[in-house]
Design a protein around this ligand. Structure first.
Ligand code: ADP
Ligand code: MG
Length: 291
């Protein structure tokens, strides 16, 4: 039977926008030593916007954007949505019904009017090509915390798109409050090293791991569990679900994908990261009463 202290903690959580799916998760919350956080959509708002668009010399800027947006329009990745939105604001006709292949964690491939294209991270289109495009523009953009996506055609890199996502307003305070409770915050992201570093610094997390695939996030959670036993994970995406399931406590952002919400033990109904420290305090108080 459920203890009154547990019930009262769960109901207190609910009133504060924290949905805890059972007393056992409060117990695990009270013991947390490490919290892993996803970047896009968790530490950041997850609605990036295009800041820079550069095409190869000799290409028509808006025609190139139309092809890029036509391909991205077939994907519902946050970056794809941002690029499509940007293109729609220009006076261009975006091609419809392009058949794409989605390569999770890397990007997209498509054939349009007989030409093969790929869109995605530097590693996907070729790191050397990406690095040397437009006098090495990638480096500075990434240092500014921007995510850089490339469009490649049969001649090489055709265009670069830089996108900037905003670190959540409460992120710094939330991280500080967790540190005060003795919990280290580590960021896990599929994004590249330079961008990851810039966002990690902005959000003041203890450390970060870049270029994570969904299974890499799981491996890191397992490794932290071997070292610290009580490890939480907070995320929002389909790609975070395996890691949420592996953590001692999986925490989902309320605005996240269904899979994340279903897999998690705790849901932050209002996407408010500062509620994590609140939940930990609540759980510790409950544990003192129960014991
Ligand atoms: P994250 O873990 O940051 O949420 P993902 O694992 O979904 O990111 O993707 C990792 C990287 O792959 C992105 O930062 C981007 O460079 C590239 N990528 C994936 N899907 C797309 C897409 N549809 N359009 C452009 N780039 C993409
Ligand atoms: Mg995410």
């Amino acid at each position: 039977s459920i203890m009154p202290a547990t019930l009262s903690a769960i109901s207190n959580g609910a009133k504060n926008g924290i949905l805890v799916k059972g007393g056992v998760h409060l117990e695990h919350l009270s013991l947390l030593r490490v919290l892993a956080v996803d970047k896009t959509g968790t530490l950041t708002q997850g609605t990036p916007a295009v800041t820079d668009f550069i095409v190869r010399e000799g290409l028509h800027e808006l025609d190139t954007l139309a092809v890029l947006a036509g391909i991205e329009a077939q994907s519902n990745h946050p970056l794809a949505r941002a690029i499509t939105k940007y293109a729609k604001k220009q006076q261009i006709v975006i091609p419809h019904n392009i058949e794409i292949e989605d390569i999770p964690g890397f990007g997209l491939e498509a054939v349009f009017e007989g030409n093969a294209y790929s869109i995605g991270k530097p590693e996907f289109v070729g790191k050397e090509l990406a690095n040397s495009f437009h006098n090495g523009a990638l480096q500075q953009l990434a240092q500014d915390g921007k995510t850089v996506v490339f469009l490649k055609d049969e001649q090489g890199i055709a265009a670069l798109v830089a996108l900037k996502d905003v670190v959540r307003e409460e992120a710094k305070k939330a991280v500080a409050a967790l540190k005060e409770l003795g919990i280290d915050v580590l960021m896990l992201t599929g994004d590249n090293e330079t961008t990851a570093k810039a966002i990690a610094q902005e959000a003041t997390v203890t450390s970060y791991v870049a270029e994570c695939l969904p299974e890499t996030k799981v491996e890191h959670i397992k490794k932290y569990k071997a070292d610290f036993e009580h490890v939480g994970m907070v995320g929002d995406g389909i790609n975070d679900a395996p890691a949420l399931a592996t953590a001692s406590v999986g925490i989902a952002m309320g605005g996240g994908t269904d899979v994340a919400l279903e897999t998690a033990d705790v849901v932050l109904m209002k996407n408010d990261l500062s509620k994590i420290a609140y939940a930990v305090k609540l759980s510790r108080k409950m544990q003192r009463i129960v014991k």
